[in-house]
Design a protein around this ligand. Structure first.
Ligand code: HEC
Length: 119
């Protein structure tokens, strides 16, 4: 008898380094993270739902956007230094440049793992 474990989001390429995507999803959806308004204040994950920032739908494919970048590196840099890659139509300096301090390494890895499930 074969037992198959189905990860939410599927795909099987677990590039989040084993970090807990479910914990990342909770964190992403928290109204407050540390001393800051959380990601959910500005981002949704449904396609085309733009509030202050762009929708996170399809962000797992972001590796195609910058030559030589994996989606994981792109997402990590977009969180830690948001102005490195600006999404067209959004001004620099809107996304808080605080996440390197507000998130522990583990929390950052969890959020990245979660975003990598949004194909
Ligand atoms: C105050 C609003 C705000 C908050 C809070 C915020 N962001 Fe952003 N974010 C933006 C804006 C605006 C952009 C688009 C401009 C840019 O690329 O920096 C963006 C861009 C991004 C991008 C790049 C998107 C792409 O398609 O390339 C990622 C990834 C991201 N945010 C993740 C997060 C995560 C994770 C959090 C919570 C830890 C967060 N953001 C919190 C406003 C915000």
């Amino acid at each position: 008898m074969a037992l198959t474990v189905v990860a939410c989001g599927g795909g099987g390429d677990d590039s989040g380094g084993g970090a807990d995507a479910a914990a990342g999803e909770k964190l992403f959806a928290s109204a407050v993270i540390g001393t800051q308004a959380g990601c959910i204040t500005c981002h949704r994950w449904t396609p085309d739902e733009v509030i202050v920032g762009p929708s996170m739908a399809g962000i797992a494919d972001a590796g195609d956007r910058e030559a030589g970048k994996s989606a994981e590196d792109y997402i990590r840099e977009s969180i830690l230094t948001p102005d490195t890659y600006l999404v067209e139509g959004f001004p620099a300096g809107t996304m808080p440049q605080v996440w390197g301090d507000e998130l522990s390494d583990e929390q950052l890895n969890q959020i990245v793992a979660y975003l990598l499930t949004l194909k």
